[in-house]
Structure formats: C-alpha cells, structure tokens
Design a protein around this ligand. Sequence first.
Ligand SMILES: C[S@@+](CC[C@H](N)C(=O)[O-])C[C@H]1O[C@@H](n2cnc3c(N)ncnc32)[C@H](O)[C@@H]1O
Length: 267
Amino acid sequence: MDRPTWVPEEIDFARPSASRVYDFYLGGSHNFAVDRDLGRQAIRVVPELPRIMQANRAFLRRAVEFLVDAGVWQFLDIGSGIPTAGNVHEVAQVRAPECRVVYVDIDPVAVAHSQAILDGDDRTAVVQADLREPVAVLGDPELRRLLDLDRPVALLLFAVLHFVPDDQDPGGLVGRYRDALAPGSWLALSHGTDEGAPEEITRALHALYRRTPTPAVTRSRDQVAGLFAGFDVVEPGVVALPDWRPEPDDDRRPVWSAAYGGVGRKP
Ligand SMILES: C[S@@+](CC[C@H](N)C(=O)[O-])C[C@H]1O[C@@H](n2cnc3c(N)ncnc32)[C@H](O)[C@@H]1O
C-alpha cells in the first residue's frame, strides 16, 4: 500500500492502533484497512459501538461546556486522539474565545493530524508524549508556553486511562498530575467498563484489542471513582456517560454505555 501524505514515517501499517480504530467508529478517514478490520469485528460483537463512542464524544462536549461555564480557560487534554467533530478547542472557544488548549497524544497519526488542523491557532498546541511520564508532559515547552500551571487547569483524560494497566498505577499517575495543578483545577474523565456486559462480550473485545500496542483494561465504577482521589466530584457523580447532565432531547443514547465518567474539582 502507498503511504498517504498525512501518514508519519514511523507508522506500522500492519498493526491496528486504538486511536485509528476509534476514528473508524466515529466515521473518520484517518484509519487503515487493518484498523477497519478490527473495528468491523468489534462491531459484530457489539453493534452499538459507534453509538457508544458518540456518547463519549457527547459527554466530552457537555463536560467542556460545564467547565467553561465554571470559569476554566485552560485545558490539558491527554489522550486527545485524532481530531474529529467537536474538538475541545472548538467547543471551548465558541463559549469563551480566550480558552487555551494543549492536546497530548502518544500516537503519531493523532499528533500529525492535530498539528495540521491547529496550524495558525496560537491558543492551541499539540504535544506528542506519553501520559505515563507526567514530568515530561508537564515540562513540555509548548505546554508551558500556553498554560499557566499556577492558575486552574482542566485536565481531561477521556477514554485513555483504560489503556494504562494496573501495574502502571493509573491512580498514582492521575495523582501526580493533580499535585502539579493549582487549587481550583479540575479533572474530567471517561473510562471503559465491562460492568453490565456479558462475559463473552468482554472476552471478545479484550482479545481484539490485544492486537493493538495498547490492550484495553476495563474497570468497575468504584475503580473509576477512585481515580478522582483528591478531587470533589460534582453531581451526578461518576455515572454511565449518557447519565452525566444529559440534554433533554438526546434520543441517541446507547443501551449499554460501556463507560463511566465524571468531573471533579481540586479544592
Ligand atoms: C479512544 S482515543 C480517545 C480520544 C479522545 N480523548 C476521546 O475521548 O474522544 C484514546 C487515545 O489515547 C491515546 N493514548 C493511549 N495511551 C496513551 C498514553 N500512554 N499517552 C498518551 N496518549 C495515549 C491513544 O493514542 C488514543 O489517541
């Protein structure tokens, strides 16, 4: 296969990646045959997967709108993914044009495409980094140029911590970001769960994602709530995504949301 111009040199065409499969579920065009193959097999296991991913994006939008309304103007979106409709800077800057957004992702396709769409936007930046290295992320010169860490920041960790296994201590990592952020900062996140799913579905999805470099780890609601240690979680708490401050006319909710989410403030 010829390498399209938007594909960075280091990409392995033979191996699916979580970010490109997610792009496929959302109807994007930054994915390869190997990603679509995994995505189609996963959809055969859970036909609602595209709707589940849309529910995650809808929760992200509602959470960002909530945060802007709460007075936040700095956003650190880690595991930001391949840009799609309703990116954080678009949602935030429509409400408050002064909002600054730093996107961080480990995936070179996500970073390359983010750079392309952000070209010329001086309130937004993208950094290629691994969330498991908080010192490198928080010390990045681009991040420091845009974000003032002495003022409140909203840390967004949407659909990313389920790629961090227990032995890499996701709770400890969130704690290191929390400790580096000013009082009045926020954490908003979503996280995959298998609660409510038959065991064979969980097994099949986990097996598919083991083909990627970042196998997924689903967690219970209590485990997801535990990631908010040191934050005061706002109403309605850590809930299935469609239940977080739903909009009255939302009739697209999936039967099983496959994820929990919440928003909390550092006192
Ligand atoms: C499912 S996508 C979520 C995208 C977006 N946050 C959303 O919720 O719509 C997960 C993203 O996390 C990124 N990711 C996975 N592990 C990561 C890590 N250790 N550090 C930074 N990004 C990571 C992947 O490359 C992918 O783009």
